[in-house]
Design a binder for this molecule. Structure first.
Ligand SMILES: [Cu+2]
Length: 112
């Protein structure tokens, strides 16, 4: 049953590319964009620091840039020295980059 639905919606997309592009193109909420990009820092709380593996477990709030809801997950870190600045239980602000399951923290600082 699922397979039939998938195939159907796929052929619909292929059959009507212009109609699809037209509905996806206009961005009426474009005025909201600057406020979002202004603050790339995400609120989080350190759950676990693993220096050997260069990884950190963070409970984070929504990451709009990456279209990710709030959750607890493991991130790689760009520089292992970043892990000296934080410890489990710390509230932090951080920046993350990447796609899918391979996210890397590029900046992290204790939240004030
Ligand atoms: Cu996440």
């Amino acid at each position: 049953m699922k397979k039939i639905i998938c195939t159907l919606s796929f052929s619909l997309l292929v059959a009507t590319p212009t109609a699809f592009a037209q509905t996806a193109a206009p961005a009426p909420d474009a005025t909201a964009k600057p406020a979002q990009t202004m603050t790339d820092m995400v609120d989080g709380e350190v759950r676990k620091v693993d220096k050997d593996a260069r990884k950190i477990t963070l409970r984070h709030s929504e990451i709009k840039k990456l279209d990710m809801p709030a959750m607890t997950m493991v991130f790689a870190v760009k520089d292992p020295a970043m892990l000296d600045k934080v410890k489990a239980g710390d509230k932090v602000k951080f920046k993350a980059e990447g796609t899918g399951g391979a996210l890397t923290v590029t900046e992290i600082e204790p939240a004030k």
